[in-house]
Write a protein that binds this ligand. Structure first.
Ligand code: 5AD
Ligand code: SF4
Length: 446
């Protein structure tokens, strides 16, 4: 039986996967394994995978195939995450050198699965459809000492017709508020300055457990009340579940950042209906108006899919116009990718790839323009920046504003992990540049 000393986890996809990787790392370290910097020589190699688009899956399939062909493999290789759920034990047929497959709802079982692989020398899989609330979140080994992700709800019940998530992560299961509070208090005590609450649909929080009497905005109030809590973010929100109470919470709770990521996905009501997004374009616009009226300094983020089956030029134009009118400060833009097992697979993927790419490029160009205009308007403003470290060339400190904008400014290492007031004097592509108000004063005094 091989003696397992080191592990390497390669993570693909969303923040939820990043957090699951941190939790798995915690479990492996508890077993005495150490993180390895080298994927090729680690005793346990895990691919924590994503299935959201075809490209994400192809990357992992390519990598697994490559390891198989090389003939030399790590002691144990496993696949976790969404692909583990989408493909399950069929992965063993394609990749005989794979040792285990652990689904998104079974990361608690990683240790027992490893033992089973070691003792039986057989391929082992564990892929339950539903998440059981038995995960030891406190084990998570986070890379950052400043910002932490915290899971509050797993799964998704929305069933948008293009999306694999309800199949790869199962139905919504909220995490008990006590457990979330315990973890957040621990993080604040350890000096973390920013907590991002994660879920496929965070604002459904508590709806699956009416007896708890604790909806998302109630949870936010409890978390905001933790002494020393500096910043809270959350993602992702489904527009239909954004309530007035949530908007008021963003306005009233000091630690809650004024940034809401709530994807519109498309600007045509017919396409939205076909996507099963359960709101019309007009209803989305009304939500944005109410949110901006309630929280005047709010910034918005969105995801958009172009080239959904049957999307006409005129319907794409509606998406383009919506992006132009709504002025999101962050937009993740995607070309539709058909996913096995989703309702949209029934429809022909009838928008040619060149048309999808052309539409995507138009949105990217528009969003670049909007981003630059937004940064231009911020010149002269003073914003709060949480300092995360030095930028790549080491010359400046980098961080993010409350509204999730990147900012750079001069300063020394003692400022890392602190909140600084930064006056913006210029910007480059994607990034604000400024200097701290305090250091400016010091300069003028000294
Ligand atoms: N094709 C393209 N983009 C997709 N997304 C989800 N499923 C697909 C798909 N099949 C996008 C949505 C979602 C984001 C995480 O990924 O915009 O909000
Ligand atoms: Fe996928 Fe829709 Fe659920 Fe988001 S809300 S995870 S897009 S099914």
């Amino acid at each position: 039986m091989p003696d397992l000393k080191t592990y390497f986890i390669r993570t693909y996809g969303c923040q939820m996967n990043e957090l699951d990787t941190e939790i798995m790392a915690g479990q492996l370290q508890k077993r005495g394994l150490l993180p390895s910097l080298d994927e090729e020589t680690a005793d346990v190699l895990i691919f924590n995978t994503c299935s959201i688009r075809d490209l994400a899956e192809r990357k992992v399939m390519g990598k697994l195939g490559q390891i198989g062909r090389a003939g030399k493999k790590n002691a144990i290789i496993g696949v976790t995450g969404c692909m583990a759920m989408a493909k399950r034990e069929s992965l063993f047929r394609k990749f005989p050198h794979l040792d285990f497959v652990v689904g998104t709802n079974n990361i608690t079982d990683l240790g027992t699965v490893l033992d089973e692989v070691l003792y039986t020398n057989r391929q082992v899989y564990k892929t339950d459809d539903r998440f059981e609330e038995n995960l030891d979140y406190l084990l998570a080994k986070r890379d950052s000492k400043i910002k932490a992700h915290v899971s509050i709800i797993r799964g998704c019940d929305k069933f948008c017709t293009y999306c694999v998530v309800p199949y790869t992560r199962g139905s919504e299961v909220s995490r008990p508020a006590m457990s979330i509070l315990e973890e957040c208090k621990m993080l604040v005590d350890q000096g973390y300055k920013e907590i991002t609450l994660l879920g496929q649909n965070v604002n459904s929080y508590g709806k699956d457990k009416p007896e708890w009497n604790c909806l998302f905005h109630d949870l936010l109030s409890k978390l905001d009340a933790i002494p020393g809590m500096e910043r809270i973010r959350f993602m992702t929100s489904h527009p239909i579940d954004i309530t007035l109470e949530l908007m008021q919470a963003i306005r009233d709770l000091p630690s809650l950042c004024e940034f809401v990521h709530f994807p519109i996905q498309a600007g045509s009501s017919r396409i939205l209906k076909k996507m099963h997004r359960i709101y019309t374009k007009e209803q989305y616009f009304e939500k944005v108006a109410l949110l901006r009226q309630t929280v005047p300094n709010v910034s918005l983020g969105t995801d958009i899919i172009v080239g959904f089956p049957t999307e006409t030029d005129a319907e794409f134009q509606e998406t383009y116009d919506a992006l132009k009118e709504l002025r999101f400060s962050v937009a993740f833009l995607f070309a539709y990718s058909p996913r096995k097992g989703t309702p949209a697979m029934r429809w022909k993927d009838d928008i040619p790839e060149e048309v999808k790419q052309e539409r995507l490029q138009k949105l990217i160009d528009l969003q670049t323009e909007i981003g630059n205009e937004e940064r231009l308007q911020m010149l002269g403003q003073t914003v709060e920046v949480l300092v995360e470290g030095f930028n790549r060339d080491g010359g400046q400190l980098k961080g993010r504003t409350r509204c999730w904008k990147k900012a750079l400014f001069p300063g020394d290492a003692s400022l890392i992990g602190t909140l600084q007031q930064v006056k913006i004097h210029s910007y480059t592509h994607q990034t604000l540049i400024g200097e701290t108000v305090e250091s400016h004063n010091l300069l003028t005094v000294g």
